[in-house]
Design a protein around this ligand. Structure first.
Ligand code: CS2
Ligand code: MG
Length: 413
């Protein structure tokens, strides 16, 4: 199972993606997602300049050993660029192993624990009536759980809120990365005020529960914008609306801060989309300060590392809620779905559908039916990359926005 080639494909079919394609001497190929929103070319360089040369001639079947070689062997470990690169190699090797075995990846991971993975989609509106329409549209598309984000009176643009209904139709697509334009391209700047947000949000959930009743699982993303005491207050204020989770209430690299939030509220907490290692979670898990782990295969070191993280989470009764916005490519999404099926402590899977253009480049076989996602039984991950189609969409520089308070101070976005 010797690796004879590995190439990094950067493509922009509507948004940027970085994909690693590894080929063995038998012509079997494996794919890994290495997309890091707004920093794509740094991962491409890490792979092209430092990882691909090490892969050539090595044995594709040695997945754990390759992971340790790239992680421990580099001496400089962790960090989003490194771990996205390691993740891509790891995922590609699992894809290859499953193809050699003639099995869908979830079978190699122990087989299915459930019939499908409950998915949530992103409902949003610039105001409450538009949000209610968006929730309705998601239910019509088959979603059985929705994330709720709205505009705040007095603010032009708020995290998680689509600027308009795409094409005037029923889709409400939210894509935070924006194409950089101008002679010195810079990220867009958004204005933020946490107090205005804290006042407004409970009224939004009141309206959504009044319209859709108590059953529908509702989620919300605070996107790292609160202090611990503000998050504690929001968690308490939202208790009557029975959230499935409140995500990223604080910038959680300060793990101990979660003790304060936890002391004050029973609203379930989800954290970790920007983490890239199990070590980012040790206090959060061992002290049971969170309920859901938000890491993605793409950013946390691949299938190998994600499986270990979820197994550790299971010891503390914490469940999965893998990150799945459009910046997780269809390859990263497929890898997540195989794990979703195979781990016992699955919670929910975020699923923002990719655009038709993206799906021209990535030929997927997973399905979304009755609110559940299903990886296919195709051997491997079940995704193929059309390299010719990818070449038609060259990389376009794009950045996530930056937040500033009204006085100009940079704030967490
Ligand atoms: C988000 C993402 O899906 C989520 O929960 O927080 O949309 C996030 O903003 C992007 O992945 C950033 O790249
Ligand atoms: Mg999030």
């Amino acid at each position: 199972m010797q690796i004879v080639s590995a190439e990094v494909v950067v493509t922009s079919p509507g948004r940027n993606f970085v994909t690693l394609r590894v080929t063995t001497e038998d012509g079997v190929t494996g794919l890994g997602d290495a997309t890091l929103n707004g920093r794509e070319l740094a991962v491409r360089s890490y792979l092209d300049d430092h990882v691909v040369p090490l892969l050539l001639g090595s044995d594709a079947s040695r997945i754990e050993d390759t992971w340790q070689y790239l992680y421990r062997g580099a001496y400089w470990r962790r960090g989003p660029v490194t771990m996205a690169a390691v993740a891509a190699v790891d995922t590609a090797l699992w894809d290859i192993k499953a193809k050699y075995a003639g099995m869908p990846l979830y079978q190699l991971l122990g087989g299915a624990c459930r019939t499908g993975a409950l998915a949530y989609g992103h409902a949003s509106g610039r105001d409450v009536p538009e949000l209610l329409d968006s929730v309705r549209a998601h239910l019509e598309q088959g979603y059985r759980a929705v994330r709720v984000q709205t505009g705040i009176p007095g603010f032009d643009s708020v995290y998680g809120v689509a600027a308009s209904r795409a094409g005037g139709g029923e889709r409400y697509d939210y894509e935070p990365a924006r194409r950089a334009v101008g002679p010195v391209p810079r990220p867009a700047v958004e204005t933020w005020d946490t107090r205005a947000y804290l006042r407004h949000l409970p009224t939004v959930f009141e309206a959504v529960r009044a319209e859709f009743g108590p059953e529908l699982p509702l989620l919300h993303d605070g996107h790292h914008r609160m202090t611990p005491i503000q998050a504690a207050r929001l968690g308490k204020d939202l208790e009557p609306y029975d959230l499935f989770w409140l995500e990223d209430a604080t910038p959680a690299e300060d793990q101990a801060a979660l003790r304060l939030i936890r002391r004050h509220t029973t609203t379930p907490l989800a954290i970790g989309e920007v983490f890239n290692s199990v070590h980012d979670y040790t206090t959060l898990l061992s002290e049971r300060l969170i309920d859901y782990v938000r890491s993605a295969v793409t950013h946390a070191g691949g299938v190998t590392a994600m499986r270990k993280l979820l197994d550790l989470a299971a010891v503390y009764g914490v469940r999965s809620g893998m990150h799945g916005p459009t910046d997780i490519s269809p390859v990263g999404m497929a890898a997540a779905l195989h794990l979703d099926l195979a781990v016992h402590n699955f919670g929910i899977q975020e699923y923002m559908r990719h655009s038709a253009r993206t799906l021209e480049v990535f030929r997927t076989s997973y399905r979304f039916e009755d609110g559940l996602l299903h990886p296919s039984d195709t051997p491997g991950l079940g995704v193929e990359l059309d390299v010719g189609a990818a070449a038609r969409f060259p990389y376009q520089q794009a950045y996530l926005p930056v937040s500033r308070l009204r006085d100009g101070t940079v704030h967490d976005w």
